[in-house]
Design a protein around this ligand. Sequence first.
Ligand code: HXC
Length: 258
Amino acid sequence: MEYSDLLIEHHGKVAVIRLNRPKAMNALNDNMMNELGDALYKFDADPGVNVIILTGSDKVFAAGADIAAMADYGYADTYPGNYIGRNWEHILNVRKPVIGVVAGYALGGGCELAMMCDFLIAADNARFGQPEIKVGVTPGAGGTQRLPRAIGKAKAMDMLLTTRMIDALEAERTGLVSRVAPADELMTLALEVANTIAAMPVSVAMQIKDSVNRAFETTLTEGVRYERRFFHAGFGTPAQKEGMKAFLEKRKPDFEGL
Ligand code: HXC
């Protein structure tokens, strides 16, 4: 599939997907979300890719769903027609790690898409917000659900009800992002982080991702049980043999293809 709204780069075992509708602040339309789903599934299935980075430009991650495209929608286009939402959650089916790398605005659906990544790295110029109330709607891709889980109820309610944006430092302080870099060093840091993960056994990275996500869907006891199954299963894998042997032999493990 040729992409018109995405740019793709490869850096070793890291695939970078760049949202690219510069004239519309990377507003997320149906075509872009189709293309994004296609790219994500393709890289998830590609043995040459261990980690995916999802990013935008140095000015904007995404300023939300495309308001021009949806302004004239009626109810029939939305719930029955399933135009907004239909292709928004492919990212949740991706089993390899997806790092969201945010510079500039991540607003509305842009913030929601960012929050569907496994973790976020932000430039110091990043701004996160859920301004949907200002265009007369509630968030529709998890803003009212993932934001309070990420940063707590008080901050989330404040952002959702007043449309206040938070900057990168507040986002880091509140736990929405894991690291912040100066804007011109963002991709260097992001690739360094991604390459660190890409050098680990991809099978274990996938299990960790699965297990952490399970924590948000189940009780603590069930979650630990889920984790323990992966831990035990690990003893039947080459990754465990190589990892533990390399430690005992005081050498770097070689997890290539594991
Ligand atoms: C369509 C958009 C857009 C959007 C910006 N543009 N955001 N087009 N949908 N979400 C367009 C503008 O119309 C403009 O086009 C061009 O991008 C540049 O934007 P400006 O506003 O001129 O730039 P600036 O003054 O720098 O302001 C940047 C901004 C602002 C703060 C990001 O554009 C903004 O507030 N955007 C809307 C944010 C928003 O409300 N998002 C939530 C959408 S609802 P022209 O042609 O005039 O140059 C949503 C629901 C998700 O996301 C549901 C998921 C299922």
